[in-house]
Design a protein around this ligand. Structure first.
Ligand code: S5P
Length: 273
């Protein structure tokens, strides 16, 4: 299947091509809820985190978290997020970026304070340790009562990052070995050319999750880079992640709504035959 064909397919049509149950569920949910927006609130305060989740719940398909930032983490936070995700139909993604040997990540994913596997539909992992990292995570994931999926970091958005073209290609090859667990990739939303490369070499059922999206800003003071929702989706992103573009706005709900509309319109434009 050529990349041109894949880019014209709807999320619903691609859902059946995914080999990961959580990925299938996500693609179907995007089709039904008509949103390809992910957001999150990178904060150390759980009240702020939960307040944002409530504000944006109706507009998003994924709420992405970094639980280890919280000063005041308790299991009530993940419990409340889980309740919200069920009530408002969105999925949870713990952006843990695992990067260790299989034995170690197994404990990090399933145990400890955060017990990520128990509540997060998705997590992500770096491919640098090799396929053992996926085997370790999957051993935990398959014991869970609900489907779990993993996004591999095939690219990064930050300036000067080391994930070059060859690294991306090898990451895709690694994903192809475990399609029952790897639902897709983190792609650089800020770099249309690289995103298109990733879409071109990825299996049609895999989902490209793209951070590095914000309107009216080129980046931040610490190397983050941004592009617009339109450019990321046109290049091949399936989900746009807008973090501070929404969390720092005066009206999180209205801003999320605006990004949702832009993301969905760009997708409709892309699949128009
Ligand atoms: O390459 C990456 C990968 C990720 S997952 N670049 C990123 O920025 N991210 C995450 O996306 C990052 O950890 C942060 O939570 C979010 C971007 O936030 P924003 O405020 O810059 O939109």
């Amino acid at each position: 299947m050529t990349v041109e064909v894949v880019l014209k397919m709807s999320y619903g049509e691609r859902a059946v091509l995914s080999n990961n149950s959580a990925g299938q569920k996500l693609l179907q949910l995007m089709e039904e809820k008509k949103t390809n927006l992910s957001t999150g609130c990178d904060t150390s305060n759980s009240k702020e985190l939960l307040s944002m989740a409530r504000n944006v719940a109706e507009e998003i398909v994924i709420f992405k978290t970094h639980m280890d930032m919280l000063d005041d983490f308790t299991e009530n936070v993940t419990g409340e997020l889980k309740d919200l995700s069920r009530q408002h139909n969105f999925m949870l993604f713990e952006d843990r970026k695992f990067a260790d040997i299989g034995f170690t990540v197994k404990l990090q994913y399933g145990k400890g304070i955060y017990k990520i596997a128990q509540w997060a539909d998705f997590t992500n992992a770096h491919s640098v340790p090799g396929k053992g990292i996926l085997q370790g995570l999957f051993e935990v994931a398959k014991e869970m009562p609900e489907p779990r999926g993993c996004f591999l970091l095939a690219q990064m958005t930050a300036e000067g990052n080391l994930a070059n073209k060859d690294y991306t290609k090898k990451t895709v090859e690694m994903a192809n070995e475990m399609p029952e667990f790897v639902c897709g990739f983190i792609g650089a939303g800020s770099n249309a050319e690289r995103l298109r490369e990733l879409r071109t070499i990825s299996a049609p059922g895999t989902i490209i999750f793209a951070p590095g999206v914000q309107i009216g800003k080129e980046g931040d003071a610490l190397g983050q880079k941004y592009a617009t929702p339109e450019s990321a989706i046109a290049a091949g992103a399936d989900i746009i992640h807008v973090g501070r573009g929404i969390s720092n706005s005066d009206n999180q709900k209205e801003t999320a709504k605006k990004y949702r509309e832009l993301g969905w319109k760009s997708y409709q434009q892309r699949i128009k035959k």
